[in-house]
Ligand binder design. Structure first.
Ligand code: ATP
Ligand code: MG
Length: 407
């Protein structure tokens, strides 16, 4: 894509109210824009990153036989009353239809929708196990929207739900999801900093697990076992003050961002909706459930927090960068440079690379500042100087064209 045709521009100044590094960088670089507190619009560069994150999530979930669906954001009150959450979930947006006077909720999570839906999908043990997920916009009336994309009132989440005939089957799938999550965070460039974390299991199981990315901006406090590379959330440290995996009591307190959360729901929701299946002896039993979330938009913010430098530079991990390559043309007044650059741009695209092509008539300083902010990891500079040596410049070194064209 020609950078000159990009509908977003980089910005020098942004609203004073944006305090967090991730929102500052993303707004300055033209990836997102703020519509109101906790609500963001995704511009082409930002939406490409979101789509790249989603692609990784989709691939890893396909590998564990989860099927993608899309559930409604608009939801009837009756389902939320069945679980008692209409009156008890503080973040649930509730409103009344102007025409029909019916009361509705905007989905903040989807157990209340998927469980009754599963009644139509599951009759006997032969229909189990079953795993379905969606990537969708969630709405939460958060008391305080803060930290840019980290805590929004409207945000993108991946939510997976699994259904089983017995708890051993749930336990086995739960461990498979943990491994898929580890793969996902690794591919996102967060592998070293993201820890499986033991957290409160609520009323239905001993623990839940979170995936926490170490960062000082994080709202969560976790206690890390450096031997096992896992952590315990502060919320359970009174009951669990040694590593649940090795018993080590030398745990290190750190701040972290919760980027995923998985739960064994057991029969909490199947009981509420009467979701049952017939077992191989013809008996009716409640379906056992698990649920597994990943904060897609929170991840984009987290990645900026981790990879940004000095408020002015970003370096996207290769797999989620908005483009594979940034080609920057200097000396655009030279027809020779311009033509060669254009040829290079076409060549890269032919080889299947996505390219942001900066052929604008701007000063080098402006171009480099923009490129630093946009943060595409592979940067190729073509200029009079590089052409004199019949090549391009990559990381300060001249690389001859023959090498560049041979991928
Ligand atoms: P938190 O503890 O941060 O409030 P949660 O435990 O309520 O989150 P879940 O319902 O488990 O969150 O949602 C799954 C994932 O969605 C979380 O792990 C997080 O990454 C992301 N998420 C939750 N709330 C928000 C939000 N307000 N803005 C952006 N992402 C969010
Ligand atoms: Mg949580």
């Amino acid at each position: 894509m020609y950078q000159s045709s990009l509908i977003s521009k980089t910005r020098k100044q942004i609203s004073q109210s944006e305090e967090s590094l991730n929102a500052q960088i993303l707004i300055k670089a033209g990836f997102v824009d703020q519509v109101m507190a906790g609500v963001y619009a995704y511009l082409p560069l930002g939406y490409r990153v979101i789509q790249n994150i989603e692609k990784i999530v989709r691939e890893e979930l396909a590998a564990i036989s989860a099927q993608e669906i899309l559930l409604p954001a608009l939801q009837p009150k009756s389902y939320w009353e069945k679980t008692g959450r209409w009156d008890n979930l503080d973040v649930l947006y509730r409103f009344t239809s102007y025409y029909t006077n019916t009361e509705l909720a905007l989905g903040s999570t989807h157990e209340e929708i998927i469980t009754p839906l599963a009644q139509n999908l599951i009759q006997s043990y032969q229909d189990l196990p079953l795993a379905a997920y969606q990537i969708q916009t969630k709405f939460r009336d958060e008391k305080r929207a803060k930290s840019g994309l980290l805590r929004g009132r409207e945000f993108i989440m991946k939510d997976l739900y699994s259904f089983h005939s017995n708890s051993e089957d749930l336990d086995a799938y739960y461990d498979i999801v943990i491994q898929a999550y580890i793969n996902i965070y690794k591919r996102l460039g967060l592998g070293d900093k993201t820890l499986k974390t033991y957290a409160s299991g609520g009323s239905f199981s001993k623990y839940s697990h979170e995936f926490q990315t170490l960062s000082d901006i994080g709202e969560d406090t976790i206690f890390v076992c450096e031997k096992c590379n896992i952590a315990i959330n502060q919320e359970i440290i009174d009951e669990q003050n040694t590593c649940p995996e090795c018993g080590n009591s030398d745990l290190i307190e750190k701040k972290a961002i919760e980027v995923g959360n998985i739960f064994k729901l057991q029969t909490k929701y199947s009981d509420a909706f009467g979701l049952e299946f017939t077992d191989d002896k013809g008996q009716n039993k409640p379906v056992i459930m698990g649920c597994y979330g990943i904060g897609i938009s929170r991840l984009m913010g987290t990645i900026v927090e981790i990879f940004a430098e000095n408020n002015a530079k970003m370096l996207w991990p290769a797999e989620i960068s908005p483009f594979d390559t940034h080609i920057i043309v200097l000396n655009t007044d030279s027809a020779e440079v311009k033509n060669k650059a254009e040829e290079l741009y076409q060549q890269y695209q032919k080889n299947g690379k996505s390219v942001l092509f900066d052929s604008r008539d701007e000063r080098p300083g402006v171009k480099f500042a923009d490129a630093d902010l946009i943060g595409i990891p592979e940067r190729i500079i073509i200029s009079k100087k590089s052409l004199e040596q019949n090549g391009v410049e990559i990381n300060g070194v001249i690389i001859p064209f023959e090498k560049i064209y041979k991928f």
